[in-house]
Design a protein around this ligand. Structure first.
Ligand code: ADP
Length: 320
């Protein structure tokens, strides 16, 4: 192998830049040259390649977002799109591709690898932490800390005004963020898609707390909870119990900001490991970290197997 390419794809997450930096520097360190592909798979199709030197990735480890930009690419879903992408990789004499992204990006990477025998390694970067094969994904720790900071602030105003607040965090199909943040913020209840939401019980709990003089109440809800989003849940709670609530939807603030130390370190380890996986013939795979060990799993396992929530965290969220 003489040259590799790196891209960031799908939803951005804090720590992607730290991962690009580690990938580029490890590749240079092992005697390879590196191209960055801008805007994910869109850039692969549109031939948007840039040469990356060590100095090009200076001073980015602390920055959120991605210097390569990210995108969703409808065209990459089609055979024609992937054909152009493979042709461009060949034109640039790229021997291996590092894809930094989430499960959608890995589905695309897997298709490219199987159709064109292109050596591909995926690096798990998504704030949702919903990929099997790694304890944590790049960006999760930062997102959780951003949400926690916001909820601590909401708690102050909830206490000052004797209010019930419903805070919606990201997580369309997974409750990792909500659970972690809910336990960390001492929320009165955490509503996640993986467990049945018992609104009667929640209403009783809040009413009991109010009758005991505990006037600040916070519910954390994952956007994909089966009982509905924060607005629907607020309406259902009011219909059942007469309790009025205020709603805070954290939305995209959770994606931004400077990555935490944990995310910078994880991103650095996995960027390094991705290059080694390519050079050592471990592709196609996703690199991850489980109990401080670097792991390589088939790309498909990352989305076909379901990562379990920590059962102790669920117990804590229901009982503390
Ligand atoms: P994430 O990687 O954050 O999960 P997306 O789900 O949006 O983000 O996926 C990113 C991109 O990966 C998509 O816009 C598309 O170009 C590509 N992709 C996703 N699923 C597939 C698929 N089944 N086949 C080919 N490409 C795919």
């Amino acid at each position: 192998m003489k040259k590799l390419a790196v891209l960031t794809s799908g939803g951005d997450s804090p720590g992607m830049n730290a991962c690009i930096r580690a990938t580029v520097r490890r590749a240079l360190n092992r005697g390879l040259s590196v191209s960055g592909v801008r805007k994910g798979y869109e850039g692969l199709i549109d031939n948007d390649f840039v040469d990356l030197k060590s100095s090009d990735v200076s001073n980015i480890i602390q920055r959120g977002g991605t210097i390569l930009h990210s995108a969703r690419s409808e065209r990459f879903h089609a055979v024609e799109g992937r054909k152009s992408a493979a042709a461009n990789l060949e034109k640039h004499e790229v021997d291996g591709l590092v894809v930094i992204g989430g499960d959608g990006s890995f589905r695309g990477a897997d298709a490219l690898a199987s159709e064109y025998a292109i050596p591909v390694v995926g690096v798990p970067a998504t704030i949702d932490n919903d990929l099997w094969g790694t304890d944590l994904t790049i960006g999760f720790d930062t997102a959780v800390n951003t949400a926690l900071d916001a909820i601590d602030k909401v708690r102050d105003t909830a206490a000052a005004h004797d209010r019930l607040f419903i805070v919606e965090v990201m997580g369309r199909s997974a409750g990792f963020i909500a659970l972690e943040v809910g336990v960390g913020a001492g929320a009165e209840a955490v509503l996640i898609p993986e467990t049945p939401t018992d609104l009667e019980r929640i209403c009783r709990k809040v009413k009991d707390r109010v009758s005991m003089g505990r006037t600040s109440n916070i519910l954390v809800v994952a956007e994909g909870d089966e009982a509905g989003n924060a607005f629907e849940i607020a309406r259902k709670i009011e219909d059942r119990s007469g309790l009025k609530s205020r709603i805070t939807v954290l939305g995209h603030v959770q994606r931004g900001g400077s990555p935490t130390t944990a995310d910078r370190v994880l991103a650095s380890k996995l960027g390094w490991a991705a290059v080694d996986a390519l050079l050592d013939g471990a592709w196609p795979c996703m690199v991850g970290e489980i109990s401080s060990e670097i792991t390589h799993i088939p790309l498909q396992d990352s989305w076909t197997k379901r990562k379990p929530l920590d059962p102790l965290l669920i117990t804590l969220s229901e009982n503390l």
